[in-house]
Design a protein around this ligand. Structure first.
Ligand code: RP5
Length: 164
């Protein structure tokens, strides 16, 4: 363990986002990164979302991952209240299959960035890996785990050669 208290805040706009975000939590678990999970909405619970972002740094959170669907301004709203890095996961929960969430998340005006990953479950996993890469700049054991993960992926791909 890097440490026991949460380093990553995983925020989702609704409990209905849990299935898509599950791979994010699994990846953080596999990298042994402590995290907390909260449901907070930029439009349904704006005061609580703001309070979370304002207090995150002083509580020891070093990266926020925010997943939301539809007109997904959760990641941007959180980013507007903190200078810790915010990674946005566009959730494919709308009739537009997440394209709306992708644009809402990625198209931040200059000055307040959201590091946006791919739509849906794959993006949720990548959000965890990107958070780990950010944290690895400070925690050397995480760098070792990420190198091991890359090696595992390489071995898996090479093991998929079809017999000639
Ligand atoms: C967004 O609206 C949430 O992130 C979710 O993806 C979507 C639908 O939420 P529910 O109506 O299922 O609570 O804010």
């Amino acid at each position: 363990m890097v440490q026991n208290k949460p380093l990553v805040g995983v925020i989702m706009g609704s409990a209905s986002d849990t299935d898509v975000m599950r791979g994010c939590m699994e990846t953080l678990d596999s990298l042994e990164i402590p995290y907390e999970v909260k449901v907070l909405s930029a439009h349904r619970s704006p005061d609580e979302a703001r309070a979370y972002a304002l207090s995150a740094k002083e509580r020891g959170i070093e990266v926020i991952i925010a997943g939301a669907g539809w007109a997904a301004h959760l990641a941007g709203a959180l980013a507007s209240h903190t200078i810790i890095p915010v990674i946005g996961v566009p959730i494919d929960s709308s009739p537009l299959n997440g394209l709306d969430a992708l644009l809402s998340t990625v198209q931040m005006p200059p000055g307040v960035p959201v590091a946006t990953v791919a739509i849906g479950a794959g993006g949720a996993r990548n959000a965890a890996v990107l958070a780990a890469e950010i944290l690895a700049l400070k925690y050397p054991e995480l760098e070792r785990r990420l190198v091991a993960l890359r090696e595992k992926q390489r071995a898996k791909v090479l093991g998929q050669d079809t017999p000639s």
